[in-house]
Design a protein around this ligand. Structure first.
Ligand code: ZN
Length: 385
């Protein structure tokens, strides 16, 4: 390495796009950002990115070390050409003093990348991996959600091939160790001042190769099947309730354990009942004379007919509660209530005779039109049963 060659190097501060008085934290942040951007795992085969990655790693290596940074500030790149510095011929060859800091800087960066590549820090990826979870959207009637129901559903999923038992190899043949990575599933190479592990491209990280693939699954280790499952919907479920069937998802590759199946319920609405948790609500229209004189009304609940005694002088908005006539609590004893709201219908389309009768009635009544607060009409609640 000659001094003249070093002089042409790009300024370390410029490489990291930071000012000369940047703090340690600023340096670290700038380096992280660049390293993420130019990391070889993210830019496979891109020579420019690789060069940039080396450059910023080198710059950070020097500037993050107070002694080296001081030397660099004073002598520039010449500080590291061997003759005038105390750091040896190159700070980047051999024993690398700052290596322990890298875990700190790259901890989450590497976590992210290794997840991206489907590989792991520990070397060879496990051949058997858990299969995917599956979701099945099941639409049921309102009453079925209240009382429960059983439904057969058909799902398509990958299952472990029964001919090769998930090895992917033809009968009597075993997978062989991948020669490219020696069975480790990863290939390591030196990148700048630390080594980078990359999933072996030959075996895809499994460490083995299938020479004679199973004819049933064509070496895929799994086959597509259609499977029928009996879904037992318990009483009291709601919209978006999820029922989990452990191990009924897709089988993993290479005989890995199966994921789970989630049946997600979509509950159809009812023509007049609405749910509020385990309570049911409905509105019952009654005529003005019924409200004024009192009446008995029959209401068709989900479990038979109930009678409500409406006392005379009942106002619109009054609620009657039928205890225990609502939805069963899910996985618990007891039920919610049925709440019936009375709506007094103002009569329209009256005959001449009816109008005359109303006028006669009106003449006997005092009229008092004064404002009142909202909600006064809905406050009265009656209990039944
Ligand atoms: Zn097979």
């Amino acid at each position: 390495m000659s001094a003249t060659a070093n002089v042409t190097k790009v300024d370390f501060y410029e490489v990291l796009s930071v000012s000369r008085d940047a703090s340690d934290q600023e340096l670290k942040t700038a380096y992280r950002k660049l390293a993420m951007q130019y990391h070889p795992d993210r830019n496979p085969g891109d020579a420019t990115a690789e060069e940039k990655f080396k450059e910023c790693s080198e710059a950070y290596q020097v500037l993050s070390d107070p002694e080296k940074r001081a030397a660099y500030d004073r002598y520039g790149h010449a500080a590291f050409n061997g003759s005038s510095s105390g750091f040896g011929s190159s700070p980047f060859g051999g024993g690398f003093g700052g290596a322990q800091d890298l875990g700190d800087i790259f901890g989450d960066l590497f976590g992210e990348m290794f997840n991206m590549g489907g590989s792991s820090r520990g070397g060879r990826a496990s051949r058997a991996q858990r299969g995917r979870d599956l979701r099945y959207d099941l639409t049921i009637e309102f009453e079925e959600a209240v009382f429960g129901v059983e439904r057969e559903i058909k799902i398509r999923r990958s299952e472990t091939c029964t001919d090769c038992h998930g090895t992917g190899a033809a009968r009597g043949k075993e997978p062989v160790t991948c020669s490219a990575c020696g069975g480790r599933g990863q290939q390591r190479y030196q990148q700048g001042f630390f080594s980078v592990a990359r999933t072996c491209s030959t075996c895809g990280g499994t460490g083995t190769l299938i020479v004679d693939p199973c004819t049933t699954c064509r070496g895929e280790t799994r086959i597509q099947t259609e499977h029928t499952i009996l879904v037992k919907v318990p009483a009291g479920v709601e919209q978006d309730t999820r029922i989990r069937y452990q191990g009924e998802g897709e089988s993993g590759k290479f005989g890995g354990p199966a994921g789970d199946l989630y049946v997600v319920l979509n509950v159809k609405s009812h023509k007049f009942f609405e749910r509020d948790g385990d309570d049911l609500h409905c509105v019952m229209p009654i005529s003005f004379p019924q409200a004024a004189l009192g009446t008995e009304i029959e209401i068709q609940t989900l479990e038979g007919v109930e009678t409500i005694k409406v006392p005379e002088g009942t106002q619109s908005g009054r609620e009657f509660k039928l205890r225990g006539k609502g939805v069963p609590h899910l996985n618990e004893r007891g039920k919610g209530d049925l709440i019936v709201e009375i709506r007094v219908q103002t009569p329209g389309k009256l005959s001449k005779q009816q109008k005359e009768l109303l006028r006669q009635l009106a003449e006997t009544m005092e009229v008092e039109n004064t404002p009142t607060s909202r909600g006064i009409f809905g406050k009265v609640k009656e209990m039944f049963n």
